[in-house]
Design a protein. Structure first.
Length: 203
């Protein structure tokens, strides 16, 4: 990159999410092309210097990256008014110094993990239903959930039950169980008669 090129200043603003414990920090820079969810410091230490730096702050529980924003989930015993600006400064400073957000190879690593988990999912008679369920979730549910700074991943289909995990602001959000039951479960039941229930798996 041309060192003499002047860069536009880093802009950063916050957006509320449906989860009172999570806040979305949106920037005018591409942080990570795709989704990177860090709930454990181990995974962050291995793959994301930025998530690791954030999670080493006493008030940060997890960090979730998607394109130009990071959703930060705070520890319960802190209030946003005490930490929101500190976090904003921290994130802005990190981006201005061009610190590494997520290491190369993370997407491939996660694909491999998912492939290992999914290998058994899409075979046999349940496999066809599992494929349909995953398609519906990816097409209709994901975009809406992403607007709120979160993500939903299809995990498994078994005997009428659809298992999903929630990420980003949706993880541990009080309203996400309502969304699951009222919205997602209702839609899947209408479109795939075999579905009886949607269950949220904790990661």
């Amino acid at each position: 990159m041309d060192a003499t090129a002047t860069k536009s200043p880093v802009m950063l603003y916050t957006e509320q999410t449906p989860n009172p414990e999570a806040l979305k920090y949106v920037t005018n820079r591409m942080l990570y092309s795709g989704i990177a969810d860090f709930k454990e410091l181990d995974l962050a230490s291995q793959w994301s210097p930025m998530a690791k730096s954030l999670m080493e702050l006493p008030y940060v529980k997890s960090a979730y990256f998607n394109n130009n924003y990071v959703t930060v989930t705070k520890e319960m015993n802190y209030e946003w008014e005490d930490i929101m600006l500190k976090l904003k400064e921290f994130i802005k400073d990190y981006i201005e110094k061009e610190g590494e957000v997520v290491k190369e190879g993370f997407a491939e690593f996660m694909k491999q993990v998912m492939a290992e988990n999914n290998a058994a999912q899409f075979s046999g008679e349940n496999g066809e239903i599992a494929k349909k369920v995953k398609e519906l979730i990816d097409t209709y549910v994901k975009p809406a959930v992403e607007m709120d700074g979160g993500n939903i991943e299809f995990k498994a289909y078994e005997a009428g039950k659809v298992f999903v995990t929630m990420q980003g602001s949706c993880s541990g959000c009080p309203s996400s169980s309502v969304t699951l039951k009222a919205g997602i479960e209702g839609m899947l039941k209408r479109m795939i008669p075999e579905v009886e229930e949607v269950v949220q798996e904790m990661e």
